[in-house]
Design a protein around this ligand. Structure first.
Ligand code: IVH
Length: 665
């Protein structure tokens, strides 16, 4: 057979098995046969790259690493949902909707709220061309290569598809895939993921899509990014998604009364543990799109939908003992060591007790039966203790007066409930700093988890963060569980981490009070380490969201001897990150803007500025228009906007509102 023909036959065949596997009932081919077909396709495409198509199913196995993520702008923005926590809360939502629509019955689509990460997929002429993470709702990251590796994301839509189509949904791990992956990671000495949600987010945001390809992620579609005239309800939309080749949740239900919604909620609470994936509530959406249009959105969430959240899961287990953990800042935290228990699909064997006051208030002691709660991705905590009635209890717990790790002095600052180890060279503090530096939200150094950080510090190879950049290959292979392959991979990951952005670097430094968000804002303003370490407190305070305490903390970090030496050593090691991210405003999020009359900007420029600031841009004034930007000689649109009471702005006012909406490198 001619190679081109064979490539096309193989692609068609693999697509067919993908469809069977993901949107119909089961696959008619074994995994190894599937792999054989895929390998043949990969080989042919390598030999005859000219015959490889953009939507080839081989994209499922990933491609060479890319250097970073490009930005994507979501228009309309990817909104979040308001919450209710009880039947009363839901009924209030329901009554408001009926009152505002002036009707006495409405239809809802009631859907499990998947606990993963949302993703936008854009199809052009039916072919997947862009996948973007939600980010802040307006600005996300372009993860197209990674999305192409997720088997339940069609690379090409099946049928009946308009020119440009945006499908939104959730990327997540099925609980079984998650548990299997974690146990394999454990066997291979890799760090395990805390929960399926973090794992999904981390896996989707890999710079190397072949890493994503190895993670068994799933995708379920639940919303569209634009409106299409022939689809009038959520039920029709979901049906359309299914026809296009997406998975939709088989638990979705259409309800015609509030009682039915409550019944679906209750039945999902019951079924929760048996569902194939983690859910943290139900999403209740108006079924009719014209009703949605009438209600519109406020700030960041639509008024036609809400999330009815589940209560946090609680389970009882035995508290074996209380340990003291020393954190990166030196803080001593009492931790409950528990008989392992499954809470919300995750095994919990440790839970925080916060501080001495909390331990005393809850009166928890070794041997007690305790209630453990895990809510979302919050660290599990001990809610209360149920002391045994007859048996004699262990002694009440007291905090130590020395650091349990370095035996150094412990102090309690004024007005604080916490105790701190004040020795900056305390191995516990260094281990934790290192772990934080390597973590996903900071330098994201794959392979450098808790275990390795401990080994590095305990073996004396690392005394401070910068030491990891001058590690010795042979010394490393002498560590337990560190074969040559792992060491090589670690070196590659360390090398990659050198091209990190300033914001991640800042997060990694772990300056007290400066988390991911503040790091991003500060980095966007100062852009280089040099500028940042010379920044005065007043300059830092000029950054949005940075108050006097945070500013002083940054200043202290860059001036005090131990921490400023770390920065200097990193610079000496050639570590000099800069910020290249594009700054965009979000001041117009949720607004629907129309331009009219003569403006100094072209319509295209004006539109770009508005969408970069989060607005949706349309051409006609309708009931859903929220802003009209009117130039000279505005006519009928201005008139109509006045009649509808739409807010009217001059071009100058609009520019002020959009802030520095224009992108700047
Ligand atoms: S609809 C405007 N449907 O919940 C409506 N969202 O707070 C947008 N989510 O970030 C979302 N399951 O990640 C919708 N069946 C579902 C969902 C769902 C989970 C998540 C989604 C979004 C968050 C909204």
């Amino acid at each position: 057979m001619k190679p081109q023909k064979e490539i096309s036959n193989l692609s068609e065949l693999i697509r067919k098995y993908n469809r069977q596997y993901y949107s119909e009932n089961g696959s008619s081919i074994t995994d190894s046969d599937y792999d054989a077909l895929m390998n043949r396709l990969l080989l042919l495409e390598k030999q005859y790259p000219e015959f490889k198509t953009q939507d080839s199913p081989s994209a499922r196995v990933g491609s060479v690493p890319v250097s970073g993520f490009a930005a994507v702008v979501h228009n309309p923005p990817m909104l979040s949902l308001s919450n209710v926590f009880s039947n009363e809360g839901f009924l209030q939502f329901h009554n408001r909707i009926q009152n505002e629509l002036k009707v006495n019955s409405v239809e809802y689509s009631v859907e499990p709220k998947l606990d993963g990460v949302s993703l936008s997929l854009v199809y052009r002429n039916s072919v997947l061309v862009r996948a973007g993470t939600r980010g802040d709702g307006v600005n996300g990251e372009d993860v197209t290569e990674n999305a192409r590796t997720i088997r339940s994301i069609p690379l090409r839509l099946n049928s009946g598809q308009p020119l440009d189509t945006e499908v939104r949904g959730e990327v997540f791990f099925k609980t079984s895939s998650f548990l299997r992956m974690n146990s394999e990671r454990k066997d291979n000495g890799k760090p395990v993921f805390a929960n399926p949600r973090n794992a999904a987010s981390g896996s989707l945001r890999q710079l190397d899509s072949s890493v994503t390809a190895e993670r068994p992620l799933s995708f379920i579609a639940y919303a569209s990014g634009g409106s299409s005239s022939n689809i009038k309800t959520q039920a029709e939309l979901l049906k359309q998604f299914h026809q296009w080749g997406f998975s939709v949740n088989s638990e979705n239900r259409i309800c015609t009364t509030a009682e039915q919604v409550t019944a679906v909620y209750n039945s999902l609470v019951e079924k929760r543990a048996d569902l194939p994936m983690e859910i943290d509530g139900v999403v209740i959406k108006l079924n009719s799109f014209s009703h949605r249009e009438l209600l519109g959105s406020v700030s960041r969430s639509p008024r036609w939908a809400t999330a009815w959240k589940f209560h946090a899961e609680e389970l009882s287990t035995v508290l074996e003992r209380i340990e003291i953990q020393v954190g990166r800042t030196g803080r001593l935290t009492p931790v409950a060591v528990l008989e392992p228990v499954q809470v919300g699909g995750v095994t919990v064997s440790r839970a925080t007790l916060h501080n001495q006051d909390e331990v005393l208030r809850k009166d928890v002691r070794a041997g007690d039966i305790v209630l453990v709660r895990r809510a979302g991705d919050v660290i599990p905590e001990v809610v209360k203790s149920i002391p045994p009635v007859d048996a004699t209890r262990g002694a009440a717990f007291v905090m130590p007066d020395k650091c349990p790790v370095c035996r150094g002095p412990v102090v309690q600052p004024d007005n604080e409930v916490n105790l701190y180890c004040i020795n900056p060279s305390c191995p516990a503090r260094i281990r934790r700093s290192l772990q934080h530096w390597a973590s996903r939200k900071a330098l994201d150094i794959e392979g450098m988890g808790q275990k390795l950080c401990e080994q590095l510090v305990d073996s004396g190879m690392v005394h401070s963060i910068e030491d990891i950049y001058s590690l010795n290959y042979h010394e490393l292979t002498s560590l337990e569980n560190m074969g040559e392959l792992k060491v090589s991979k670690l070196f590659a990951a360390l090398e990659r981490s050198r091209s990190v952005s300033l914001s991640r670097y800042l997060t990694g430094l772990g300056i007290p009070g400066i988390g991911e968000v503040a790091s991003r804002d500060i980095a966007a303003e100062f852009t280089t380490v040099e500028a940042l370490r010379n920044a005065a407190e007043e300059e830092l305070m000029a950054v949005k969201g940075v108050g006097p305490v945070a500013a002083a903390s940054v200043r202290r970090f860059f001036t005090s001897p131990v921490t400023s030496a770390v920065v200097q050593h990193l610079l000496d090691a050639g570590f000099n990150p800069v910020e290249k991210s594009i700054k965009r405003g979000t001041s117009l999020v949720g607004e629907t803007v129309v331009f009219t009359g003569q403006l100094s900007l072209t319509r295209q420029e004006a539109g770009r500025i508005a969408s970069a600031a989060g607005a949706k841009v349309t051409t006609a004034v309708t009931g859903s228009t929220t802003l009209l930007v009117a130039g000279e000689n505005a006519g009928s649109k201005l008139k109509k906007a006045r009649k509808l009471g739409v807010k009217i702005l001059s071009e100058d006012e609009f520019m002020v509102l959009a802030g520095k909406a224009d992108s700047q490198e």
